[in-house]
Design a protein around this ligand. Structure first.
Ligand code: MN
Length: 504
């Protein structure tokens, strides 16, 4: 039997009211899904429990954990939106609706579309917490993938590798991306998985003894120089990232220096540089392998000093030096920053328009949309850097390049009722949508439903709209449509059809 305490115990300094929130969500979800089963025969509720638990483990707030419990109620338990809102308020309703909407997207395994699908996923979520709930949901589904009918497994695992892993990585949540990729790997590339596993096995035998000895000499070396306050451990590369490296290095494991890496965690940045100095003084570094990700963080925000040295035991080993905070951020990324202050009053941050599309919970009061504001301190350093880069209009930073592209500024993504994605320029109308699907559909458009409501043909579509085109054999393009159309494709078809009509 699942016990809610298993989850509440993971949340530090939990107030009474937040405890009750989580408990209420637990009870509500359990009742809503009563009688439903997973493929495995387990009660469906187990999935909600595990999803909420993953969210608690990565440090998400009580609101997000509660939404994790409730994330399938609208879709799978026929809970009414009003009921959710009455019991849990509009913020949780908003999160659950967001997750439900994401669940309706369909991914096609077409290479060139993956990048836009990732972006789409992010754009449609509107709130970064929605994405994180979806990632937790996916992680539990991957952990239980064995129970899913065999013919579906590969597709789901591939989708995970191509869509979910890069998103988790981009958000800096290694804790999730690592698990997702290692679970998916054997389902998508079974042969390569076996091969990589064998490679690692060989390497491990040789490495472990040396690594053990070397750990001791590092401790001694640092102590000699007066450094005693640090923690030392090592991490083995995950199979999937090892596989990717092997691909780049023609499967020669000798060329991969960070199969295992020693990690030194200290309290402050000065100490990081000091330790790097000590290490280079004692052991010879491999040229070209010294990386200062503190001064120049990776695009996803990762910070540390890396160096590879000759251990003196006939091998080389990578050493990573970082502060506790950097380590924490590398594991939890965005999740480690934003959420605890959910209920506090926030200050506005100028210049963060794009990130505000992702972070805040939007409220609509009457016709006015009120954005919840963000506290500057809650924004991860890498995002701040990014904004500064943007302000300076520099182009060296790849992530900036990514944001410069027209995605957030000029394109919207809308859906067919079946969940297929159509991307259009901002300001597009149902006419553009119809012609984007097929010219015959465009020509015979008689009306349009947007989000299940009848809508005029010149209305402006918004990101995430679900559009259904009604057709009639007798309908034909009209002069006015030229004003409604934004895309050249639609305009061209309309003009051609109008001319044909005159000739007849
Ligand atoms: Mn789910």
């Amino acid at each position: 039997m699942q016990d809610v305490k298993e989850i509440t115990n993971l949340v530090s300094s939990l107030s009474k009211s937040n405890y009750k929130l989580i408990e209420d969500a637990f009870v509500f979800s359990k009742e809503a899904h009563a009688g439903q089963e997973r493929f495995s025969g387990d009660p469906y509720f187990l999935h909600l429990f595990e999803t909420a638990k993953i969210l608690a483990e990565i440090g998400m707030s009580p609101t997000t954990i509660a939404a994790g419990f409730l994330h399938d109620t609208l879709e799978d338990a026929n809970t009414k939106e009003e009921e959710l809102e009455k019991n849990f308020g509009e913020e949780i309703l908003f999160l659950v609706k967001g997750v439900t909407k994401l669940g309706k997207l369909k991914y096609r395994g077409v290479e060139r579309h993956n990048e836009s699908l990732r972006k789409l996923f992010v754009a449609v979520s509107q709130d970064i917490r929605v994405i994180i709930i979806k990632l937790a949901d996916r992680l539990h589904n991957m952990r239980t993938l064995e129970n899913v009918p065999e013919h579906k497994r590969e597709r789901i695992a591939k989708e995970t590798l191509e869509i979910y892993v890069p998103i988790a990585y981009r958000l800096g949540i290694r804790k999730l991306s690592r698990q997702l990729e290692d679970i998916s790997f054997p389902f998508v590339y079974p042969k390569e998985y076996e091969k990589t596993k064998n490679f690692l096995k060989q390497k491990r035998k040789e490495d472990f003894n040396k690594l053990d000895k070397f750990q001791k000499s590092i401790k001694k070396g640092l102590a000699k120089n007066g450094v005693t306050n640090f923690s030392l451990d090592y991490r083995i590369k995950t199979l999937y990232s090892l596989y990717n490296k092997l691909l780049k290095r023609d499967w020669s494991i000798e060329k991969i220096y960070d199969v295992s890496a020693l990690r030194i965690v200290v309290s402050d940045v000065d100490e990081c540089y000091r330790i790097l100095g000590i290490i280079h003084n004692v052991w010879r570094p491999l040229p070209g392998r010294i990386k200062d990700y503190i001064a120049f963080p990776k695009p996803n925000g990762y910070q540390a000093l890396h160096t590879t040295i000759f251990t003196g035991y006939g091998n080389v080993v990578e050493i990573q030096i970082k502060t506790k905070q950097m380590h924490q951020e590398a594991e939890y990324g965005v999740a480690s920053h934003i959420f605890y202050k959910e209920n506090k009053k926030h200050n506005v941050v100028p210049g963060f328009s794009w990130i505000q599309r992702l972070l805040p919970f939007k409220k609509t009061i009457g016709k006015k949309e009120i954005k919840k504001e963000i506290n500057y301190d809650d924004i991860p350093a890498w995002i701040k850097n990014l904004v500064e880069y943007q302000a300076l209009n520099k182009t060296q930073n790849p992530i900036e390049e990514d944001l410069k592209d027209d995605f957030f500024q000029r394109r919207i993504f809308v859906f067919t009722p079946k969940g297929d994605v159509i991307d259009l320029p901002i300001g597009s109308s149902p006419i553009d949508f119809a012609y984007a699907i097929h010219s015959e559909i465009g020509h015979h458009t008689s009306g349009a439903k947007v989000n299940e409501k009848m809508s005029s043909l010149n209305s402006q579509l918004k990101n995430g709209d679900i559009v259904e085109i009604l057709t009639n054999k007798k309908s034909y393009p009209r002069q006015k449509w030229l004003e409604y159309a934004k895309t050249t494709v639609a305009k061209r078809h309309i003009k051609a059809a109008l001319q044909d009509n005159k000739k007849r």
